[in-house]
Ligand binder design. Structure first.
Ligand code: CAA
Length: 319
C-alpha cells in the first residue's frame, strides 16, 4: 500500500539518498583501499534483523546467515514486517521497501560470506557459540583487511579475537534495541585490535550506517550495560521482594523520570534470557553482587517467560 503523504515519501527518499552519499564520502575519506560496502550479518533475531535492515536501508549489499531454514524464514519475516511497518508509517514507499529487500540475501551457508568486507555476528550471548563462529569466519572471508565484529553486550572481544588468526581485525560493534530507532553504537577494541580496524569500524558505523559512536574498553557490559543492567536487576529484586507491583515500578520511572519505558517493560523488550546472560557475564567478570541475576529472573527464563518475544514476561503481550 502506497503512503498517501507525498511529503513523507519525498523526505524518506531524500534521507536514503543522503545516507548513501554520506556513506560513499566516509568510505573515501577513510582511505580504505576499497569501500566497506558488503556486509554479512550472522543471526537474524531481534538484533541481527535490525542491523541488517539499517544497513540495507543505508544502501549496503547485506547477506544474512541463520543456522537453518526455519530460523532463516523467521528472520526474513521479522525484517519484512519491520519494513512494512515503515511503509505504513510513511517512512518508506513501497518502492523503497522493495529496493531494500533487493539488497538483502539470505543463506544458511557461512561459505557465502567469502566476499564480505565487514561481518557483524549477532547470535545469542553464548561464548562458545560465538567463538566457533569467529573461528569459522576466519577461514572463509578472503578480504585481508575485513572487519570481524561482534554485537555482543558482554562477552570479552579478546576471547572472540583469539578464536581467529587475525585478532587485530576483531572489534565489538554493539547496537541497541530497537536498532532502527536507537542512535547509539558502542565500539569496543580488544587489547589486540589494530587502530586501523577501530577507525575503519567507527567510519563504517557513522558514515555508512548513520549511527553515533561511543568507545568502551573491553570489559563485560561495556559502558551502557554496566549502568543499565544493575538498574534493571534492582527493579526485578524490588518486584520479587513485594516492595511494589510491576505496573507501579514501570510507571514510577516513566512518569517520575521521563524514561521512555519502565525497567520491567524494558527487560521484556530486551528479552529476559539476554538480560540473564549479560548479568552472568558481568558477575563472572567483576564478582559484584549487584550484577548477580535474582532468582525470579532465573525462574522466568526457566519457564520460557522471556518477554515480548514469547508473549509474556513481566507484562503480558498476547492480547
Ligand atoms: N523498528 C523500527 N521503528 C520502531 C520500532 C522498531 N522495532 N519500535 C518503535 N519504532 C519507532 C516507531 O515507528 C516510532 O517512530 P515515529 O516516532 O517516527 O513515528 C517511534 O519508534 C516510537 O514508537 P512507538 O510510538 O510505537 O512506541 P514508543 O513511543 O513507546 O517507543 C521505543 C518505543 C522506541 C521502544 C521506546 O519505548 C524506547 O526507546 N524505549 C527504550 C528502549 C531502550 O532503552 N533500548 C535499549 C535497550 S538496551 C540494549 O539494547 C543493549 C543490550 O545489550 C541489552
Amino acid at each position: 500500500m502506497q503512503t498517501a503523504d507525498p511529503v513523507a515519501q519525498a523526505t524518506a527518499a531524500e534521507v536514503t539518498a543522503a545516507q548513501v552519499a554520506a556513506a560513499e564520502a566516509a568510505a573515501a575519506e577513510a582511505g580504505s583501499g576499497s569501500p566497506f560496502a558488503r556486509l554479512g550479518v550472522i543471526g537474524c533475531g531481534l538484533m541481527g534483523s535490525g542491523i541488517a535492515e539499517v544497513a540495507a536501508r543505508a544502501g549496503l549489499d547485506v547477506a544474512v546467515r541463520e543456522i537453518d531454514e526455519p530460523a532463516l524464514s523467521a528472520g526474513r519475516k521479522r525484517l519484512t514486517s519491520s519494513l512494512d511497518r515503515g511503509v505504513r508509517g510513511g517512512k518508506l514507499t513501497e518502492a523503497d521497501r522493495d529496493a531494500v529487500l533487493a539488497r538483502l540475501t539470505f543463506t544458511t551457508d557461512l561459505g557465502d560470506f567469502a566476499d564480505r568486507d565487514v561481518v557483524i555476528e549477532a547470535v545469542a550471548e553464548n561464548e562458545q557459540l560465538k567463538a566457533d563462529i569467529f573461528g569459522a569466519l576466519d577461514k572463509v572471508v578472503t578480504r585481508p583487511d575485513a572487519i570481524f565484529a561482534s554485537n555482543t553486550s558482554s562477552i570479552p572481544i579478546m576471547k572472540l579475537g583469539m578464536a581467529t588468526s587475525r585478532p587485530e581485525q576483531v572489534v565489538g560493534i554493539h547496537f541497541f534495541n530497537p536498532v532502527p530507532v536507537q542512535k547509539l553504537v558502542e565500539i569496543v577494541p580488544s587489547l589486540l585490535t589494530a587502530p586501523a580496524t577501530e577507525t575503519a569500524a567507527e567510519g563504517f558505523v557513522t558514515g555508512r550506517l548513520g549511527k553515533e559512536v561511543i568507545r568502551s574498553k573491553d570489559r563485560a557490559g561495556f559502558v551502557v550495560n554496566s549502568l543499565l543492567v544493575p538498574y534493571l536487576l534492582a527493579a526485578v529484586r524490588m518486584l520479587e521482594s513485594g516492595f511494589a507491583v510491576a505496573d507501579d515500578i514501570d510507571r514510577g520511572m516513566v512518569l517520575g523520570c521521563a524514561h521512555p519505558m519502565g525497567p520491567l517493560r524494558l527487560c521484556d523488550l530486551i528479552g529476559l534470557d539476554t538480560i540473564k546472560a549479560v548479568a552472568e557475564s558481568m558477575y563472572e567478570e567483576f564478582k559484584e553482587p549487584l550484577y548477580s541475576p535474582p532468582p525470579l529472573l532465573m525462574r522466568m527464563v526457566d519457564a520460557g517467560l522471556l518477554g515480548k518475544k514469547t508473549g509474556r514476561g513481566f507484562h503480558n503481550y498476547s492480547a
